[in-house]
Design a binder for this molecule. Structure first.
Ligand code: 5GP
Ligand code: ZN
Length: 112
């Protein structure tokens, strides 16, 4: 998608603090972190949200979730982490390209 911010990040057109990349996924630090560690885990394929996910994306969704604990551990979140997938305006989604928030660390306790 031409004007999608996460597609632009995935294409390398907008800089990000990347922590992981493979053929299908990219992960980078959220620009406005809500905790000490706050990573966005994003499929490179433009899918707007979970609402648009059909069974054809089952494997991709599995890969996405399996990557979360790996990234969390790499970021030092050995005691645990939180995941969040906002779906639709009613779910607080602001960027309409599917992504998983992976976050944790001391500041998370101040936010909840
Ligand atoms: P949502 O509310 O859609 O689940 O979350 C979107 C997230 O993307 C927000 O936490 C916001 O801070 C982050 N974000 C928006 N634009 C950018 C950007 O250009 N770069 C990075 N790294 N994060 C962004
Ligand atoms: Zn996109």
């Amino acid at each position: 998608m031409d004007d999608c911010i996460f597609c632009k990040i995935a294409r390398g057109e907008i800089p990000c603090k990347k922590v992981y990349e493979d053929d299908d996924l990219i992960a980078f630090h959220d620009i406005h972190p809500i905790s000490k560690v706050h990573i966005l885990l994003v499929p490179k394929l433009h899918i707007e949200s979970l609402f648009e996910c059909t069974s054809q994306y089952q494997e991709l969704l599995g890969r996405l979730l399996l990557m979360a604990p790996r990234l969390a551990l790499e970021q030092g979140l050995t005691k645990g982490f939180r995941t969040m997938i906002n779906t639709g305006k009613g779910g607080g989604q602001e960027v309409f390209h599917l992504h998983v928030h992976v976050f944790g660390g001391a500041a998370i306790l101040e936010k909840t």
